[in-house]
Write a protein that binds this ligand. Structure first.
Ligand code: 5RP
Length: 293
């Protein structure tokens, strides 16, 4: 595992902001992603953002909203560290152009809003690859002057071939074949390496079989997104497998807030990430917590 606390030992604002979002005992993080509205509108589970986040905030180490989500739905007194979504300009209404993103939040605004860092999507292999890498490099360059954390996401837009690696299933809903899994590994290894070479402090990507190789290839520590909502057992399994393979946590959205029991799910994910619980143990925990207030 590439540990976040392997960072150079002298004081820096960047390191101190890392310390805010990483658990000092496990060295890992549970980052809650609630930024989906920037291109999805109001997806299931985020229709009422305030209602969704309030019960989940006590269980995450940091939270990642959009600027609009933060200003409209967060209590200004919240203590949870904020990682702002910093790019957008796309929407599901133009699926063919999902990889065409611009910077939507300035670094000055991030500082003003007391964000500790930002996320930006890099669409590796897609038509707007260069522009989205430029978003990462430009934002990182400026954000690092103020010690803010840069998280680069290996995003796939509406590409049908790449999309199945995110969904964990084929377009027709069938299981991924051995060939698909090989392609996913090859693609994610490449994309994570590219994003890290371009300066992201942390890379957010999707889990795939052989994930150790993705971790090994990537120059920066990795957190996993959850992707499309999967059954609880499966989501806990890929979380466990990713952490075992060396991921330093999750930046997860739909598999938490779209779960039938989001508060139980985030605690189960936490138990895997911070307490080294197996997926089976975390599922037992989930079952014992579900339905409880
Ligand atoms: C898109 C994104 C998301 O909006 C989101 O953060 C993904 O999280 P999840 O897949 O766990 O719902 O990163 O590229």
């Amino acid at each position: 595992m590439k540990k976040i606390f392997d960072y150079k030992t002298e004081w820096s604002g960047l390191k101190n902001r890392m310390a805010q979002m990483f658990n000092s005992k496990s060295g890992r993080t549970v980052l809650l992603a609630v930024d989906h509205g920037y291109f999805q509108g109001a997806p299931a589970g985020l229709e009422d953002l305030r209602k969704t986040i309030e019960p989940l905030l006590p269980f995450c180490d940091a939270v990642s909203p959009t600027i609009g989500g933060l200003k409209s739905s967060f209590n200004p007194w919240v203590k949870t560290p904020i990682i702002l979504r910093a790019t957008g300009g796309n929407s599901m209404r133009k699926p063919a152009e999902l990889d065409d993103e611009i910077v939507t939040v300035s670094v000055q605004e991030m500082v003003n809003l007391n964000a500790i860092g930002f996320t930006t999507s890099c669409y590796i292999g897609l038509p707007h690859q260069t522009d989205t890498i430029a978003n990462l490099t430009t934002l990182t360059d400026e954000a690092h002057r103020y010690g803010l954390i840069s998280i680069g996401i290996t995003a796939v837009g509406s590409d049908p071939v790449l999309g199945k690696f995110v969904k964990g299933e084929r377009e027709d809903g069938g299981e991924l074949t051995a060939e698909d899994k090989k392609d996913a590994l090859k693609y994610l290894k490449h994309a994570c390496r590219v994003v890290s070479e371009n300066g992201a402090d942390i890379v957010k990507t999707y889990y795939c079989d052989g994930f150790e190789e993705v971790v090994e290839a990537c120059l920066a520590p990795i957190v996993i997104a959850g992707g499309t909502k999967r059954p609880t057992k499966e989501a806990l399994e890929f979380t466990y497998n990713a952490v075992k393979a060396g991921a330093i946590g999750v930046d997860m959205g739909r598999n938490i807030f779209q779960n039938e029991n989001p508060v139980a799910m985030i605690q189960a994910v936490r138990a895997v990430v911070h307490d080294n619980m197996t997926a089976a143990q975390a599922l037992d925990l989930y079952n014992s917590l579900k339905g409880k207030k």
